[in-house]
Design a protein around this ligand. Structure first.
Ligand SMILES: Cc1cc2nc3c(=O)[nH]c(=O)nc-3n(C[C@H](O)[C@H](O)[C@H](O)COP(=O)(O)OP(=O)(O)OC[C@H]3O[C@@H](n4cnc5c(N)ncnc54)[C@H](O)[C@@H]3O)c2cc1C
Length: 360
């Protein structure tokens, strides 16, 4: 009989972990207190921009970049599999990434050389952008994007088709101290039994585990995004000084985002709307006066140094953690899912995973 795994949280990390485990023969249940592939109270995966690249990778440690590079490289196969098996296109698009000044040219070039990542010095004006901060830009043609709401819908359909039990509108209670886990209670009093459990509850992971894993340093970090529909769209992702614009296939344009330490408040604010639209108009003056089609926020699972925990629980047997992916969970999730499945099935991961251990 196959082993049963319960996954706590149905965002990108939970869904891709479920896909990986089912593919390896496990019987999987995802417990999600809202609805998978929807946005109710700040779930991060629906809200993300879907850039499959850590914006300025040279700002991060090698263990962070190892996850983002490996995660991004798995998307072509995942998106194709989802399209073939569900008919839903996740809009994976190799749209490239134009980095506008200011940035440290030498450090950027060195990083790209070291990682064999294609990068070309270009003029922003040759891309039709009159950059007020200078014309010397860097073009990274191999950066891709994905459309998170479509990706989540495709995953949901795939998981249903592959007999994953989706226990939606079901909330797990904070875990009590124990040495070994074989059941977990829901808020409505149900008891869920399994051989193994995985916490993939994003920004809420510490709420679930604070009695048993006090060192799990995860807190919500809000990000807000605006959506435009310009007459003539950008053709590539454009980044300047902590701000990006992401053109979608169907003519929409995302502009964002913020990094706000405001607890579990997933509201949007007029102040941030004005700040983002100012920055967007500075790059694309034609956006002035254009309607903002949508304005949303999400709560990222914020962690020090952007390092997730992908590891067994420090002392509860049968419990695993796959959480805290902060700014790049969409990019990291495919490889993070593989590592978690390796841990559960006792296999050696190809990557050195020591940096993702539970914090000591
Ligand atoms: C504005 C913004 C832009 C971003 N842009 C990018 C980007 O361009 N590229 C990139 O790689 N990443 C990006 N990210 C980050 C990325 O979205 C996150 O790292 C990733 O979505 C985290 O996924 P998750 O599955 O851990 O969390 P979530 O998607 O938040 O999922 C956690 C799930 O757990 C559920 N849950 C919580 N508690 C319980 C409970 N007690 N019982 C049952 N269910 C529970 C929640 O309802 C939720 O659905 C962005 C994030 C934001 C907010």
């Amino acid at each position: 009989m196959s082993q049963r795994v319960v996954i706590a949280g149905g965002g990108i990390v939970g869904c891709l972990t479920a896909m990986e485990l089912v593919t390896r023969g496990y019987e999987v249940t995802i417990v999600e207190r809202n609805k998978i592939a929807s946005q109710t109270s700040g779930e991060s995966s629906w809200a993300g921009a879907g850039v499959l690249f850590p914006l300025l990778p040279w700002m991060y440690s090698e263990p962070v970049n190892a996850l983002t590079l490996a995660g991004a490289s798995l998307y072509p196969e995942i998106a194709q599999r989802l399209l073939d098996e569900t008919g839903i296109d996740s809009d994976l698009l190799p749209s490239g990434f134009l980095l506008l000044p200011p940035f440290d040219v030498e450090i950027a070039r060195q990083w790209c050389d070291r990682h064999h990542f294609s990068a070309h010095p270009v003029s922003a004006s040759s891309f039709g952008i009159q950059s007020v901060t200078g014309d010397d830009a860097l073009w990274l043609p191999s950066v891709s994007q994905i459309r998170p709401p479509y990706l989540m819908l495709a995953l949901r359909a795939w998981l249903e088709k592959n007999h994953v039990t989706l226990l939606e509108h079901t909330e797990l209670t904070p875990l009590k101290e124990t040495t070994s886990l074989d059941e977990w209670k829901t808020v409505s009093g149900e008891t869920l039994k399994a051989d193994k459990f995985v916490v993939t509850s994003g920004a809420w992971s510490f709420e679930l585990l604070k009695e048993t894993a006090q060192k799990l340093n995860i807190k919500p970090m809000r990000g807000q995004i605006l959506l435009y529909q310009p007459e003539k769209n950008l053709e590539q992702i454009v980044y300047r000084d902590g701000f990006y614009m992401v053109p979608r296939k169907d003519g929409y344009l995302l502009a964002g985002s913020t990094l706000e330490d405001v607890g579990f408040d997933a509201s949007t604010t007029a102040k941030v709307r004005d700040e983002i639209s100012h920055k967007a108009e500075a790059i694309m003056p034609e956006l002035k006066g254009m309607p903002i089609i949508k304005h949303w926020s999400g709560l990222r699972p914020g962690t020090p140094d952007n390092l997730p925990t992908i590891a067994p629980h420090p002392h509860i047997e049968n419990l695993y953690l796959n959480t805290g992916h902060f700014r790049y969970g969409l990019t990291m999730a495919p490889i993070s899912a593989q590592i978690t499945a390796d841990l559960i099935s006792g296999q050696q991961s190809e990557l050195d995973i020591s940096a993702y251990a539970y914090p000591v």
